[in-house]
Design a protein around this ligand. Structure first.
Ligand SMILES: [Zn+2]
Length: 521
């Protein structure tokens, strides 16, 4: 039986607190999901949201290589004819090849939330599926609250599924809508029911017990052939089952060839690009695709991992398009330095003058309060600058910051910047809601014309840490800036007694790092 991946980032995922996709965003995401090899893309609920109707119109002009677009809806309302239900009319008007229709599988929900009879709910499911089938649609039936319903009233939950199957549903998807079901319960329930149905079973799990991925894996182990989920686990409350974890688990651990090897290699990139579109930074600790998913901290782990990556890695990072990183807090030791140099493909000899020079510089910087563990991109730049592999892309001649606060109005910050780029002098003024924002704006005014590649760089996080608190306001501060473009995330660091100067140093490194990567590929 064919195995399928069903993505609901654009429907369930759009319910995430803090996410608001524009039409353009949705189209971009759909294209990325198609490239990833997702079989079904649920685009939204046309009956409940006019923005979703626009999506279904616009996606028709997009050439998808692979994925089928799905429109979502509830069953018809109680006590009306299916042909008279506006929701269902709008659903069919979306003109998608497939539809997902959800119906209640928990008696308590039927009587207490829908406020109708158990018999009418069965009729609603049957009528709606038969109607959509007659209209030529592939129908995925989402049995909402299936597991809770089965625990409360197994007979009724099974009757719901049977009704859907008899009405012609192509997939019966078992939903853990409240996210409270554990993997061993799923195993028990699915094993007990699967022989009763000929139609393929699917799983749609929410993550309220942090079990959505394990529940999905277990459901597949028990015979489900469709997994529904979202990229990065987006979804309301605690989110949906995370496809960025499920896909590699299926492919690398369960031997299910759900996408190609080449598509799997794009997983990290696609996770980050969709995070970028969602405007939510990807969590560094996200399994498989996070920046720290294969990072090893100094000491025994590093020496073992350098010899045999399998000692502390459950899969090879390159299979999911991620990379191994070694983070070392104290870099001013020769062996640690050489490990990092090798990672950056810089040829350093143990007793060379460059190594001696680097150790001297690093000792001084670590003494000042630099920590490269959280600002690794700054370290790579420092190393390559010291050995002369890269030249600065621009130099600062002067910057000035003015803050204007009038009465109760918000303060306005103006930054004046003078730079030298490729032998020429440039001036720019940037305005911002804070000094860093103003400096960033001024810097970009000059640099974006000369280096258009920095237009894709966004500052995604900014942290300030006070280093020697006993010195009060004269204390040194360490600023960490996290930046991202559509593919990568990197951290840079600056230290000074002046928070603006420290920020400037981290900001300059962020841009230089992007330019270095863009130049060297
Ligand atoms: Zn859901």
């Amino acid at each position: 039986m064919k195995f399928t991946l069903f993505d609901t980032t654009l429907r369930d995922g759009a319910q995430t607190e803090g996410i608001s996709f524009s039409l353009e965003d949705k189209l971009k995401i759909a294209k990325l999901l198609d490239e990833l090899g997702i079989h079904y893309i649920e685009g939204g609920w046309p009956g409940s949201n006019p923005k979703d109707i626009e999506f279904f119109k616009a996606i028709k002009d997009v050439k998808l290589k692979h994925a089928r677009i799905v429109a979502f809806s509830s069953t018809r309302r109680a006590n009306i004819k299916v042909g008279e239900d506006k929701n269902i009319e709008t659903l069919l008007k979306a003109e998608t090849p497939a539809v997902s229709i959800f119906g209640k599988a928990w008696d308590f929900h039927v009587t207490d939330a829908l406020k109708t009879t158990l018999e009418e709910n069965i009729a609603m499911i049957s009528d709606t599926i038969a109607y959509a089938k007659k209209a030529g649609k592939e129908v995925i039936f989402d049995a909402e609250h299936f597991f809770d319903g089965y625990k409360a009233n197994p007979e009724y939950a099974l009757k719901v599924l049977k009704t859907a199957e008899e009405a012609g549903a192509d997939v019966l998807c078992l939903c853990d809508t409240n996210g409270g079901t554990l993997a061993f319960e799923v195993q028990k329930i699915i094993t007990g029911i699967k022989t009763k149905f000929k139609a393929p079973l699917g799983i749609h799990a929410h993550n309220d017990s942090e079990c959505a991925v394990s529940v999905s894996g277990m459901a597949v182990y028990c015979g489900c052939t469709q997994v529904q989920g979202t990229i990065n686990g987006y979804g309301e409350r605690c989110g949906n089952a995370n496809l960025c974890s499920i896909i590699p688990i299926l492919k690398l651990k369960m031997g299910i060839d759900c996408i190609s090897d080449a598509q799997l290699k794009r997983l990290t990139e696609i996770s980050r690009r969709i995070a970028e579109i969602a405007n939510l930074p990807q969590s560094a600790h996200q399994p498989f695709v996070g920046r720290s998913a294969f990072s090893h901290k100094g000491g025994i782990h590093v020496s073992a991992v350098v010899k045999h990556p399998g000692t502390y890695e459950h899969v090879k990072p390159e299979l999911v398009g991620n990379e191994r990183r070694v983070t070392i807090s104290e870099l001013s030791g020769v062996s640690n330095l050489l490990v990092k140099a090798e990672e950056y493909k810089v040829d350093l000899k143990k007793d060379s003058p460059e190594v001696k020079q680097l150790i001297k510089v690093l000792k001084e910087l670590e003494h000042q309060g630099y920590s490269f563990e959280e600002g690794e991109a700054s370290f790579e730049l420092l190393l390559k600058r010291t050995i002369g592999e890269i030249e600065p892309f621009f130099t600062l001649e002067e910057f000035k910051i003015e803050t204007d606060k009038q009465g109760d109005k918000p303060a306005i910050v103006t930054a004046h910047v003078k730079l030298k780029v490729k032998g020429k002098h440039f001036d720019a003024v940037g305005i911002g809601d804070g000094p860093i924002n103003a400096l960033d704006n001024a810097l970009r005014k000059v640099l974006e014309d000369i280096y258009p590649e920095i237009k894709t760089v966004k500052l995604t996080d900014y942290k300030v840490r006070v280093l020697n608190t006993e010195a009060g306001t004269a204390a040194r501060v360490r600023v960490i800036v996290e930046s991202a473009d559509e593919k990568n995330v990197w951290n840079t660091v600056g230290v000074s007694t002046n928070v603006i100067e420290a920020s400037w140093l981290a900001l300059v490194d962020s841009i230089e790092y992007k330019l270095m990567k863009a130049t060297n590929g």
